[in-house]
Design a protein. Structure first.
Lengths: 107, 119
């Protein structure tokens, strides 16, 4: 199985900050990576697919990059509604494993 | 509008069984692979099982293989997860999710149904 490792597990930030979250795959997954946002008590929602493509309706302050084994989610100019937990997920093979999540908290 | 509505969660004793359902609407159900993803209290997301649009192909996480069975009834636009030999560690909110082939990601999610395993 492909293991997905996110870092950091949590980050404290303020409105307007730039936040970077990393995700590493245990083997090459090309660009088969998605990022999701989850708020407490809610289902996840898709932010980024194919490592760097922005899902329709997602603000442009969100961006994704990377390929192979190393990926990054960047949130530019953090907004109050962005305080949430973020997960990466590989789409290369089954089981479709998730990273352990990164909580973006208010500083 | 895509809608996925899970049901069937509840309290079950260790070793017991439960069947979850996910009613889909707003899209051509049999054209999409579907999955179950769970989230234990205070924990992260765990992929549980997936099924192709036709229902022919299925996959399972090692943690549930041999105990859980995923299926679908395309005539009823419904996804199922039959869970048996339930353990305390199976306690979680179970989400059904719609796979988007173009997006290679989950493009739709239900609100989740809670499964509690306790004696």
């Amino acid at each position: 199985d492909i293991q997905m490792t996110q870092s950091p597990s949590s980050v404290s930030a303020s409105v307007g900050d730039r936040v970077t979250i990393s995700c590493r795959a245990s083997q090459d997954i090309s660009s088969w990576l998605a990022w999701y946002q989850q708020k407490p008590g809610k289902a996840p929602s898709l932010l980024i697919y194919a490592a760097s493509s922005l899902q329709t309706g997602v603000p442009s302050r969100f961006s994704g990059s990377g390929s192979g084994t190393d990926f990054t989610l960047t949130i530019n100019s953090l907004q109050p509604e962005d305080f949430a937990t973020y997960y990466c997920q590989q789409a290369d093979s089954f089981p479709r494993t998730f990273g352990q999540g990164t909580m973006v908290e208010f500083k | 509008e895509v809608q996925l509505v899970e049901s069937g969660g509840g309290l079950v004793k260790p070793g017991g069984s439960l069947r979850l359902s996910c009613a889909a609407s707003g899209f051509t159900f049999d054209s999409y692979a579907m999955s179950w993803v769970r989230q234990a209290p205070g924990k992260g997301l765990e992929w549980v099982s997936g099924i192709s649009g036709s229902g022919v192909s299925t996959d399972y996480a090692d943690s549930v293989k041999g105990r859980f069975t995923i299926s679908r009834d395309n005539s009823k636009n419904t996804l199922y997860l039959h869970m048996s030999s339930l353990r305390a560690e199976d306690m979680a909110v179970y989400f059904c999710a719609k796979w988007g082939d173009y997006y290679e990601s989950y493009i739709g999610w239900g609100q989740g149904t809670l499964v509690t395993v306790s004696s």
